[in-house]
Design a protein around this ligand. Structure first.
Ligand SMILES: Cc1cc2nc3c(=O)[nH]c(=O)nc-3n(C[C@H](O)[C@H](O)[C@H](O)COP(=O)(O)OP(=O)(O)OC[C@H]3O[C@@H](n4cnc5c(N)ncnc54)[C@H](O)[C@@H]3O)c2cc1C
Length: 382
C-alpha cells in the first residue's frame, strides 16, 4: 500500500471511536484514528477532578467500565427536586400518595432493562436498527412519544413529580420531546446503581498512540474505490473502510446525508467555586422541573459546583455568595436526543456511521464502535 493508505480509518476518538479502535487493535488490524482529542464528550476540568461532559456511568456499563475509575455513588436519596416554588426530597408525601404508580414504573423499568440488556448483547454483531426492529417491544417504545407512554401507563403523577426533573437535568429536554425508549433508558438510574467517574484518559491515549493522528477531517471524497480524507493540517489519507465516529451534526455535515437527525439538546454549563445559598444547599444535587430554565446544580467532591442552565447569562447571585467561574461551556448541542429519527449505519460502500445518533450514552456508543469493527472484520451477522 502507498504511504498514508490504510485498510480502515476511524474519524473521531470519542467513546464510539475508542470502541471501534479497541476491537481493531485486539485483532491486529491496519488502521488509524484521526481526532483533535481523545474522549470527545468525556471531558474533564484542568484539575482533572470534575467531568464536564458525560457525568455518570451505570452498573450495567459492562464494556466501558474498564476505561473509567469509578467514583462516588449518586443516590436518589441525596437529591432535591424543585417544581415551581416548591422543593422536596425523594421521601416527600407524593411518593407515598402515588405508591401504586411507583410500583408500576419500577415494573416497567425492569421489563425495559431485560429487553435492553439483550439488545446490547445482540448489537455487538448486529446493527442497532436491526436489533431494535427485531424486538417489537423496544421498536414500539422507540416510536412512541414518552409523554403519551407515561399517560397510557398510568404513571403520570409519579413521573412528573420525580423523573421529569431527573430527565430534564440529564437530557436537557422535556419528557414530551423524547421517545419512550429514551425516557426509560434515562430513567434506569431508579433501579440501577449510578456512579460518578474519572476517565482514564492517559491509559487510552497510551493504548491508541501509534494509531492516533491528531488532526481534523475537513473533507471526504470517494475515488477509485477508496476514501480520500483531507485534513485541517492539509494531509491526504486514503482507506478502504471508513468509520465516522463524530457527533451526529458533524457526521451529517461531513457526509452530507439526507436523513434528519434527532432534535438537539443544548445547555450552558458553568463550573464554579463559591458559597452556595441555603435554598440550594440541602443536598448534593438540585434538579429542576421542565418548565424551569434551570436544569441542575451538582456539588462536586472538590467542593466546586457544576451549574447547568438554559440561560447563557444566569443570575448566579440568586444561588451563590462570592462565586468565581472556573469554566463556562455552551453545549450546543450536547447531544441529539429528541424524537425518533434513526440514522442508518451504512452510508456508502464500506462507509459506516456510529456514535450516539440513535441512542445516547457512553455504553451504547462504545458498543456501536465494537459493531463497526466487527463489520470491518467480517464478523457481523447482518
Ligand atoms: C453534558 C453531557 C453530559 C452527558 N452525560 C452522560 C452521562 O452521564 N452518561 C452517559 O453515558 N452519557 C452521557 N452523555 C452522552 C455521552 O457523552 C455521549 O453519548 C458519548 O460520549 C458519545 O460518544 P461519541 O464517541 O459518539 O461522540 P463524541 O464523544 O462527541 O466523540 C466524537 C469525537 O469526534 C471528534 N471529531 C469531531 N469532528 C471531527 C473531525 N472533523 N475530524 C476528526 N475528529 C472529529 C471529536 O473531537 C471527538 O473526539 C453526556 C453528554 C454531554 C454532552
Amino acid at each position: 500500500m502507498a504511504a498514508d493508505t490504510y485498510k480502515t480509518i476511524i474519524i473521531g476518538a470519542g467513546i464510539s471511536g475508542i470502541g471501534c479502535a479497541h476491537k481493531l487493535l485486539e485483532n491486529k488490524q491496519d488502521f488509524k484514528i484521526i481526532s483533535p482529542d481523545v474522549g470527545g464528550r468525556i471531558i474533564e476540568s484542568d484539575s482533572k477532578t470534575v467531568e464536564y461532559g458525560a457525568y455518570y456511568v451505570m452498573d450495567i456499563y459492562h464494556n466501558t467500565a474498564s476505561f473509567v475509575k469509578i467514583g462516588e455513588r449518586i443516590k436518589p436519596t441525596k437529591l432535591i427536586f424543585h417544581k415551581s416554588n416548591h422543593s422536596y426530597t425523594l421521601f416527600d408525601k407524593k411518593l407515598f400518595t402515588h405508591l401504586p404508580q411507583l410500583i408500576r414504573l419500577i415494573l416497567i423499568l425492569y421489563k425495559f432493562k431485560r429487553h435492553y440488556e439483550k439488545f446490547k448483547k445482540r448489537s455487538v454483531t448486529e446493527s442497532q436498527i436491526n436489533c431494535l426492529k427485531k424486538d417489537k417491544y423496544l421498536w414500539k417504545l422507540y416510536h412512541s412519544n414518552a409523554h403519551t407512554f407515561v399517560e397510557k401507563s398510568n404513571i403520570k403523577e409519579i413521573v412528573y413529580s420525580y423523573m421529569a426533573e431527573v430527565i430534564h437535568g440529564t437530557t436537557f429536554t422535556p419528557i414530551k420531546d423524547l421517545n419512550a425508549f429514551t425516557f426509560l433508558h434515562f430513567s434506569l438510574p431508579l433501579i440501577v446503581p449510578v456512579y460518578e467517574f474519572i476517565f482514564k484518559k492517559e491509559e487510552v491515549v497510551r493504548y491508541l498512540k501509534s494509531h492516533l493522528i491528531q488532526d481534523e477531517v475537513t473533507k471526504i471524497d470517494f475515488k477509485n474505490q477508496q476514501y480520500c480524507l483531507i485534513t485541517k493540517k492539509s494531509k491526504r489519507l486514503f482507506c478502504d473502510n471508513l468509520v465516522v465516529a463524530t457527533p451526529p451534526h458533524i457526521s451529517k455535515k461531513l457526509l452530507k446525508f439526507k436523513q434528519p437527525l434527532r432534535k438537539p439538546a443544548k445547555a450552558n454549563m458553568l463550573h464554579l467555586i463559591g458559597e452556595i445559598k441555603s435554598d440550594w444547599n440541602q443536598s448534593d444535587g438540585n434538579l429542576f422541573d421542565d418548565k424551569n430554565r434551570m436544569l441542575a446544580i451538582a456539588h462536586q467532591r472538590d467542593n466546586s459546583y457544576l451549574f447547568y442552565t438554559k440561560d447563557a447569562k444566569p443570575d448566579l447571585n440568586k444561588y451563590f455568595y462570592n462565586f468565581k467561574i472556573i469554566k463556562h461551556k455552551h453545549w450546543n448541542p450536547a447531544f441529539n436526543i429528541g424524537g425518533d429519527n434513526i440514522i442508518d449505519f451504512i452510508q456508502g460502500k464500506n462507509l459506516f456511521v456510529i456514535g450516539d445518533n440513535n441512542i445516547c450514552g457512553l455504553e451504547d456508543s462504545y458498543i456501536y464502535g465494537m459493531y463497526a469493527a466487527n463489520k470491518v472484520l467480517g464478523r457481523t451477522i447482518d
